[in-house]
Write a protein that binds this ligand. Sequence first.
Ligand code: NGO
Length: 503
Amino acid sequence: MPASESTPVPALKSLIPLPVLVDETGKIFSLSTAAKIYVETGTTGLLALGNYLADAIYGSTGSLLHVLTTTEPPQPGNLYLTTSGSDPGLGEEGYSLTITTDHVTLCAPQPAGLFRGIQTIRQLLPASIENQAPQPGPWAIATGTIRDYPRFAWRGAMLDVARHFFKLQDVKRFIDLLAYYKLNCLHLHLSDDQGWRIMIQSWPNLAKKGGSTAVGGGSGGYYTQEDYADIIAYAKTRYITVVPEIDMPGHTHSALVSYAELNCDGVAPALYTGIDVGFSSLCIEKEVTYRFIDDMIRELAALTPGPYIHIGGDEALATPITEYKAFVERVQAIVQSHGKQMIGWEEIAQIDLLDTSLAQHWSSDLARQAVAQGARLIMSPASRSYMDMKYDPSTVLGSCWAGYVSVQDAYLWDPALELQGVVEDDIIGVEAPLWTETIQTIQDIEFMAFPRLLGYAEIGWSPIAGRHWLEYKTRLGAHGPRLAGLGVNFYRSPEIEWETEEK
Ligand code: NGO
């Protein structure tokens, strides 16, 4: 039986994140295995985008759709990706999608918008498109038009690869899942007391020694510079910017272990595999500290095409405040000297910030001081967006220092209403951090991130006026089979009525 008769066809309003404007016309476009994906000639990146879409649906359609260039008007049965005639008002990531009974046309001013729109097309195909097992077509898509663009420029997730290390394939898998829900930033927390996870050629012991363990005493690991470049290149094909973080002056025990001269007393301590925070500090008064930072940021900046370097700056409880301020100001200048903008956790708001710097709100009012200085905020309130918080008391993984974060808690908040005096324009976007003290495998990552991450994706992308928990809850339930098809180990929260996952 054709899929269109046996499987429900997703409504245009079943998307997560919800688009800005949707107009359903009540008919069906049928995608047959003879369909072709046409991209316009002459715009770089479009063939790659066509191939990405063809690959994404290959497993289930059992047929690799041909991707071709064309200058001809649309022909029946095919998909079209184009930038010509697009509305510049849609911006960097916006797109419009027109689905008629004859063809599907995705149009965007920029390739990034086409990529986001391709995720929309994937979600408009029946959920079984994600099963990766060949099924009979034709595949149905509901007809109508969508006009869509994000509310915030920054829609991110953070992965702590320091407390536990995650291999390249896990990071790539995470990137693919972020892309499916239109996120565009991956913040990698690359160093902490328990591990240093990136090779710095001028200070190789950081990775070799400092990366040799993890929370609980496992064998740790680190990314070579080639690995890191591979992550960045992979993320780039998903229009995701990688933001590297080296946490300092606290959370630096793994660096202090690696080089005795970085310690004020000149003695390197032993490796640390516990989960306490706030006990380590770089030696603020030693010049070698700044040579180290300059070398490290120079290497990191050269490897990172994105505009930002995150310098942590949180919980420097072992650094006196006057020293902390002098230190972060010097680091800000170093980051700037290597052509990058500095990001730090909200504690950095205590220094004189450049207005190009960003502060990341997580648990106090300090971020307001950053806004008062003209710096913008990334919103990651722990009680809403920390994906390492347990869902409820029965969650085995994670912690609950910021409270439990149910699927509803994760969805039902707004970045522009979190901090008094902080308004929409002060905010660059939203980011959900996943700290990994208790998280050891990609299955653990998925369990804590999903389904909460879908809520963050919608908060970052969709207009607030269209967001309602009761409606979202139903829409999320319909994404259960989709997540299952993608093989995601998501938490089947009892708050949600999940649609069945039969294939
Ligand atoms: C805090 C702390 C991290 C912990 C995390 C655990 C920030 C910014 N610093 O968040 O070191 O891993 O909580 O939830």
